[in-house]
Design a binder for this molecule. Structure first.
Ligand code: NAD
Length: 347
């Protein structure tokens, strides 16, 4: 059933992850094989599985593999509570300079609160308030009397993410980029983002329209009239919030893929976590990770394969009505995978 890839194999790191990670990874890999995706997987561990295998949620061998392949598909990782481990996701972003977080939100199943949502949030992934330059000032015996945090946004970092968003818009035939900020209050921290947008955007004149919006107004308009947005680009904290809000418009995190992209490495993942409550039952929805694999195919220039994958998903979900429990159906993880495989269009 496997299609033949004529353009050569692409080595990629595969981190199945924790909880439902291995189950959904099995399903996604089976579909990718049937599709004839070009990836040859170097399977490595992370999260709890990394601690069990190598004593570290982000083992050196896993990092070495990504250094080699520059491309990874990652299952959800359980964050160990206590034990002093830093967030694996933050470590990966820093290690590989993954400055762009790409979160498309596209309606896949009709009948939700909103129909026909199709927007993309591009979030700056490294700077802003998430640099976590924080401290407390103790006063009169209260060690936490005052909390202070400094955000850092740079001209170079702003330019890089804005150019990424505009280039993405051009490449994907998107009409408009909305630059989201809070420059009326955080005049320096997010003013620099708007100021840099005014320098970058004119270079795309005639190819992509643009406007700018204050984050609170954007949040409201995303609820009232999400169809007015196409690509949204914003700083780290605002992007974190707005990208989950956008996922809510299409029925929640269960169907939301994400990509973390740097100058020379990219990591693709489902946005949801390891779902320990349903792990091992074979009922998890593999769709978010599958859509992340679709983004990965686009990233390596295999748009036709990504398009065939989308068609098969749509046919399985909406033509055959094969849905996992979180979407109101009764299909198992592998039932869904098999349905997608059956519905793959011919190359
Ligand atoms: P979660 O996303 O794992 O689960 C929230 C709810 O959504 C649960 O009821 C779960 O059963 C359901 N759910 C999630 N994914 C599903 C899927 N594919 N199919 C069907 N149902 C699904 O969030 P949580 O419970 O807050 O976190 C669990 C663990 O995952 C924590 O250790 C957390 O730190 C970690 N986490 C990891 C990532 C990541 O690696 N990217 C992201 C978020 C959370």
């Amino acid at each position: 059933m496997g299609g033949q890839d004529t353009q050569g194999a692409i080595p990629a790191t595969l981190i199945p992850g924790d909880g439902i990670g291995p189950e959904i990874t099995r399903a996604v890999v089976a579909i990718l094989e049937a599709l004839g995706a070009p990836f040859t997987w170097d399977v490595q561990q992370g999260g709890l599985a990394g601690i069990e295998a190598h004593g570290d949620p982000l083992p050196g061998v896993t990092l070495d593999s990504i250094r080699r392949t520059r491309l990874a598909l990652k299952g959800p990782l359980t964050t160990p509570v206590g034990g002093g481990f830093r967030s694996v996701n933050v470590r990966l972003r820093e290690e590989f300079g993954l400055y762009a977080n790409l979160r498309p939100a596209k309606s896949m199943v009709p009948g939700g609160r909103y129909e026909d949502i199709d927007l993309v949030i591009v979030r700056e992934n490294i700077e802003g308030l998430y640099v976590a330059f924080e401290h407390y000032i103790p006063i009169e015996g209260d060690p936490h009397a005052v909390a202070i945090s400094s955000g850092v946004n740079t001209r170079a970092g702003s330019r890089r993410i804005l150019e990424y968003a505009f280039d993405y818009a051009v490449k994907h035939g998107r009409k408009k980029v909305t630059v989201v900020h809070k420059a009326n209050v955080l005049k320096a921290l997010t003013g620099i983002f708007l100021e840099t947008a005014k320098e970058v955007a004119p270079r795309y004149a005639g190819r992509v329209e643009w406007d700018d919006r204050i984050v609170d107004a954007c949040a409201m308009q995303l609820v009232l009239d999400p169809w007015r947005f196409d690509v949204i680009v914003t700083t780290n904290l605002f992007g974190d919030i707005l990208s989950d809000q956008a996922a809510g418009l299409i029925g929640g995190l269960g169907m939301a893929p994400g990509a973390n992209i740097g100058a020379d490495a990219a990591i693709f993942e489902a946005v949801h976590g390891s779902a320990p409550d349903i792990a091992g039952k074979g009922i998890a929805n593999p769709l978010a990770m599958l859509l992340a694999a679709g983004l990965m195919l686009e990233h390596v220039g295999r748009q036709p394969l990504a398009a065939r994958l989308r068609v098969a998903v749509d046919r399985a979900l909406n033509g055959d009505g094969i849905r996992t429990r979180d979407l109101g159906g009764s299909a198992s993880t592998m039932d869904f995978a098999e349905a997608v495989i059956r519905r793959l269009p011919e190359a």
